[in-house]
Design a protein around this ligand. Sequence first.
Ligand SMILES: C[S@@+](CC[C@H](N)C(=O)[O-])C[C@H]1O[C@@H](n2cnc3c(N)ncnc32)[C@H](O)[C@@H]1O
Length: 353
Amino acid sequence: MEAEQIIQGECLEVLAGLPERSVDLVFADPPYNLQLGGDLHRPDNSRVDAVDDAWDRFDSFEAYDRFTRAWLAACRRVLKDDGAIWVIGSYHNIFRVGAAVQDLGFWILNDVVWRKTNPMPNFKGTRFANAHETLIWAAKSREQRRYTFNYDALKVANDDLQMRSDWTLPLCTGEERLKDASGQKVHPTQKPEALLHRVLLASTRPGDLVLDPFFGTGTTGAAAKRLGRRFIGIEREAAYVEAARARIAAVVPTPDEHLDVTRSKKNDPRIPFGMLLEAGLLRPGDELYCPKGRPARVRADGSLVAGALSGSIHKLGAMFDQAPACNGWTYWRLKTDRGFAPSTPCAKRSAKG
Ligand SMILES: C[S@@+](CC[C@H](N)C(=O)[O-])C[C@H]1O[C@@H](n2cnc3c(N)ncnc32)[C@H](O)[C@@H]1O
């Protein structure tokens, strides 16, 4: 499959032709169904460039819901079983979208608030300034055991603080905002690339396939190309497709050797403790020690025994400390001729030279 595909057409028709379980991540920025009544003006009487385009008009909430459920179901069909979806929206649509997401079997992982540093004021002064949008991040199903989350990479990106679910980022303005020959915005709702950068950095790996069924000016494609992800973008309007193609052609991809991010230990392969005995790295009868120096003996099945107490490395550690839980892998140590060492196979091997 090509690394970049921009397909002009109705998303429902195009999605129907994509193979089942082929996509790692969906990012969707669907119509908002703003239902604007009449023009909006600033205090100086200039007209606000609001979203009043045909693609955002639906006859009723029912019509919007029908469309929403149809495209969400179609996206779920093409998602891999360990895939996930992001949907962005405003108060006009995100609650309806959220209900559909849950009804269709997705499992919401977070909602993220994108707090805009430079929102449009409420010109009439009749409501709060509408200064945020909401993103829903959901796994394909509740039963899903795996989905990509580059937790540590996001933490490093946030100065070693756990990344929170409120993201403060500016609207897309300045050089990044696509303009036509007369200086008018090419698209009324072009998203900032920084937003997509964070989404893709958090929930995809290099080489993953990202699908955006409402591609617009191709913000998802631009961020994906920069980060070495493949993408499929679907967009109905020819002018937007053309703008997206030109924009993405100018993006310089990051060389592969710079795409690595801080890895999460959670993604490392896991082995059960009993395998250390099967591999001969520990023997039945070997002694392990708790941090306070109290010993326990390893049994043939990988459990530990200390007097009348016995259990897995985790259970016995918890019993020793009278704690509700314990990570036995980091708790127990092995006595070697160079002192105590963590009881992991690597540490044991290196401690023995
Ligand atoms: C909110 S905008 C997406 C903007 C995009 N994220 C960006 O940064 O440029 C939604 C886009 O979906 C497109 N669209 C709406 N209905 C569609 C449909 N049924 N099939 C394909 N595209 C559609 C619209 O033309 C519009 O460009």
